[in-house]
Design a protein around this ligand. Structure first.
Ligand code: SF4
Length: 278
């Protein structure tokens, strides 16, 4: 059965009665996971022809669409939760500014950009934040309502509970990217890129073993400490980067969003090095 055919037979109202957030997700579940097509009470099954399976390209495209729709569904869900929060009472706990004339908006910095976070819209540097993943990160951060402030006690991701499955993701999409970016370049490069995203030098004793280091407040209460070691060709050691987090970081973000924030940090450094726009 073709998933697009199933989708076209639903009313596309995304009502959720079938247990899936969208009609597209339902269509994918029927064809991929054998979900019961009758779970949608509104589907029109009359005269439905059986058609060959979609090509891999079609299915990949469908996966992208489903994943995109799920991201937007999560944004909507988080907006609903955040809409119930009194921004004035949590602003200082999440390092944001707030004023009573614009009481449904928080202003904060995100990787060197000015964010205006409203209950149903986010502006990044005065543009609409189009990527739902950024919105998920920002709404999750605000939804935490704050916690214990960072106090300079740095730990690796592996020291956080239940983080084993995320360690490889962090290494692949953040640390290896940064190591590749900085390898063979002057140590000053990291400082030059870092100042553009509000980065600053860490305490000398912590960064002393690294060839370059930098602390970047990815979000106001979410500093990340980047350490970089250059390759040693004689010893056959590859360039390496390591990102450390404050030990109370989970007061502000869940693990998934935390790793995504580190990915965004790496992507931003790469963009800045190439002089690409945000
Ligand atoms: S029950 Fe039907 S109309 Fe509602 S979301 Fe599921 S597939 Fe769409």
């Amino acid at each position: 059965m073709n998933p697009m055919e199933i989708l076209h037979r639903t009313p596309k109202t995304n009502c959720g009665e079938c247990g899936h957030p969208t009609c597209l997700a339902f269509a994918a579940a029927v064809t991929r996971a054998g979900a019961d097509i009758n779970l949608c009470p509104y589907i029109d099954l009359q005269g439905m022809a059986v058609t060959p399976l979609s090509s891999k390209k079609d299915l990949d495209h469908l996966d992208e669409q489903v994943s995109g729709e799920q991201d937007w569904a999560l944004v909507k869900y988080l907006q609903e939760k955040v809409s119930k929060i009194d921004f004035g009472s949590i602003a200082s706990s999440v390092g944001a500014s707030w004023n009573e004339h614009d009481h449904d908006v928080l202003s904060l910095r995100y990787l060197g950009q000015e964010v205006k976070l409203g209950k149903y819209e986010i502006l990044l540097s005065n543009d609409k934040a189009v990527d739902p993943r950024d919105q998920i990160l920002l709404y999750n951060y605000v939804h935490s309502c704050g916690g214990r402030k960072p106090d300079g006690t740095w730990i690796g991701l592996e020291s956080l509970p239940n983080s084993i499955s995320k360690i490889r993701t962090l290494a692949t999409y953040c640390e290896k990217k940064i190591a590749k970016l900085l390898s063979g370049k002057p140590a000053q490069l990291l400082t030059d890129l870092g100042v553009q995203i509000d980065g600053y030098e860490g305490p000398p004793e912590l960064g002393s073993t690294a060839d370059a280091s930098l602390i970047v407040p990815v979000l106001p209460m979410l500093p990340q400490y980047l350490l970089f070691w250059e390759e040693d060709t004689e010893l056959g050691i590859e360039a390496k980067a390591k990102v450390l987090f404050d030990h109370n970081v989970l007061d502000f973000l869940d693990l998934e969003s935390l790793v995504f924030s580190a990915e965004r940090f790496a992507e931003r450094l790469v963009q800045l090095e190439k002089n690409e726009p945000q």
